[in-house]
Ligand binder design. Structure first.
Ligand code: BES
Ligand code: MG
Ligand code: ZN
Length: 506
């Protein structure tokens, strides 16, 4: 994965890298940036830019090769787009510019690339934040899932070193920010890797072993319950969903302990390592990407990995029910009634609405056992969510305003964007059942599938402040963001880390 080094200097040329990046705002003249250095390396760059019709639009990127010491070097000019009316710059545009730069380095197999840290006073947040975002985004852009590609020409070039140039007096602060960025991006990319693994290469037990590895290297406490234990504890949802698979389900509980006096956050993640729909079998095309259905669990595990390094001042419990949803002669059938850890019952009318069933047990367990101050769950829960918001926002559902606000802030700071849908009580009638307490699909008159799914979960959280994030649209195959690729995005990891690191701070 991409390495990052901080170098003291005033120009990206000070880093002596193979590629030197010049960030240009729309309409900004290149000579206003670093005329002397640029001209020394590449006379006539202005002419070349003019020929390219390079105006500094966001996403515009040009690489000019030149030979130095018998090696091909590059000047990369990257457009940042228009400056906002108030003079402020958009951090998301910057992320995308960075993503394109790293992708171009991969393409040309560039071993080192230098970037002068932008002026943080023009961006939201301080220099540390800007450097963190730079490192996180560059390293996200460097991720590729290509282990199964046997054609070496199709392997992505990964040996890139990013040299970040900062003023001498900011060196120490920048180095700390790099450590932060590395921890977060390692988490994001770990989540992506688990999600991208084929569904037969990652199953509940092997995934639980991955969690054990994280706990071990991070010094976190971990408990893993197997199917028999889940059954004994009365987790009818988790066990009911797992019945069709020959593989044992697992319930993973990981704990980061800061102090007995601190507040406790709970992170809950849906971990269906493959969702066929069960007996309510999905059509083939809908099943193609259903290895992604453990993205919530991947996000919560990965955030714990990062937090073990970053040590937030809050306790964090992470819990993930891991299971496979498959049809078989033993599988749960439409019409079956399951009883959950908190004693409630649900009629299963569609075995493809399995996420809420496994989460019901996980939520009630973590709330009863740990009495957290706030609970957030992440789940690829409903196809309806992808229809409502597309791939660019995760849906946020909650009835707790102040906790929601914290999550929204963590989302916009971190780049894991969330958008709220309503969770009014009006919708709860959709899941009333004649034969059990509730049913696992909403009735046809209400339609709002993402909201009714959240209402189902609401039955298992009591009064604890709770936010549900539906990441069905954002976890996988998100187009148009240069720092992603096809496949997993690691949605939610950056948000969770930000939430924990800033807990109680605003
Ligand atoms: N895993 C799916 C949701 C999903 C769909 C995630 C598309 C990512 C992309 C979930 O388990 C599911 O199948 N939900 C059903 C619920 C329905 C039966 C009420 C759905 O959305 O169709
Ligand atoms: Mg089983
Ligand atoms: Zn499903």
């Amino acid at each position: 994965m991409l390495k990052t080094n901080v170098i003291a200097g005033t120009s990206s040329f000070d880093a002596g890298a193979q590629a030197t990046v010049i960030l240009l705002e729309q309409g900004q003249a290149i000579e206003s940036v670093d005329a002397q250095n640029i001209d020394q390396s590449l006379k006539g760059i202005k002419l070349l830019l003019a020929q390219d019709k390079f105006e500094g639009k966001v996403g515009q990127l040009a690489a000019f090769p030149f030979v130095k010491d018998e090696q091909v070097n590059y000047i990369m000019v990257a457009g940042l787009g228009k400056v906002g009316k108030d003079g402020n710059r958009d951090i998301e545009k910057y992320r995308r510019t960075l993503g394109s730069i790293i992708k171009l380095c991969q393409k040309h197999k560039i071993a080192s690339v230098a970037l002068l840290a932008p002026n943080s006073s023009q961006y939201p947040g301080d220099l540390a934040y800007l450097i963190q975002q730079t490192v996180i985004t560059a390293r996200m852009a460097s991720y590729a899932f290509d282990a199964y590609r046997t054609d070496v020409d199709r392997k992505v070039f990964k040996n890139i070193e990013l040299r970040l140039v900062v003023a001498q007096e900011s060196l120490e602060q920048a180095q700390k920010a790099v450590v932060y960025g590395v921890a977060v991006s390692d988490g994001v990319n770990a989540a992506r890797h688990w999600i991208d693994l084929p569904p037969s290469a990652l199953w509940p037990e092997s995934f639980a072993n991955e969690a054990r590895e994280i706990a071990k290297s991070g010094g976190l406490k971990i408990t893993v319950f197997d199917e028999k234990q889940a059954e004994e504890m009365g987790m009818g949802g988790l066990v009911g969903v797992s019945r069709g698979s020959d593989r044992d389900c697992q319930l993973v509980v990981m704990e980061y302990h800061y102090s007995d006096d601190a507040q406790t956050l709970a992170f809950v993640g849906k971990g269906i390592t493959f969702d066929s729909g069960g007996l309510s079998l999905k059509p083939p095309s809908s099943m193609e990407t259903m290895k992604e259905d453990m993205s919530g669990a991947a996000a919560v595990f990965a955030s714990m990995q990062a937090l073990a390094t970053l040590k937030p001042e809050v306790n964090v419990i992470c819990i993930a029910p891991l299971s496979e949803n498959l049809p078989s002669g033993k599988a749960t059938k439409p019409g079956d009634i399951l009883k959950f850890y908190n004693g409630k019952t649900a009629e299963v009318l569609n075995t493809d609405a399995e996420g809420r069933l496994v989460l019901a047990d996980a939520l009630s367990y973590v709330i009863k056992q740990y009495k957290p101050d706030a609970v957030i769950d992440l789940a690829t829960l409903t196809g309806a969510c992808a229809y409502a918001l597309g791939p660019f926002y995760s849906a946020l559902l909650s009835q707790h305003e102040s906790f929601s606000d914290s999550v929204k802030q963590a989302g916009s700071r971190s780049g894991d964007h969330v958008w709220a849908l309503p969770l009014d009580d009006d919708y709860s009638q959709a899941i009333k059942s004649d034969v059990a307490d509730i049913k696992n699909i909403g009735n046809r008159k209400i339609l709002a599938g993402t909201i009714t799914a959240a209402h189902f979960l609401k039955n298992f959280v009591g009064d604890t402040p709770w936010v549900h994030l539906d990441i069905a649209g954002t976890a996988f195959d998100v187009p148009g963001r240069s720092y992603y690729r096809n496949g997993a995005t690691g949605a939610g990891v950056r948000l969770l880390v930000d939430l924990a690191m800033n807990w109680g701070k605003s």
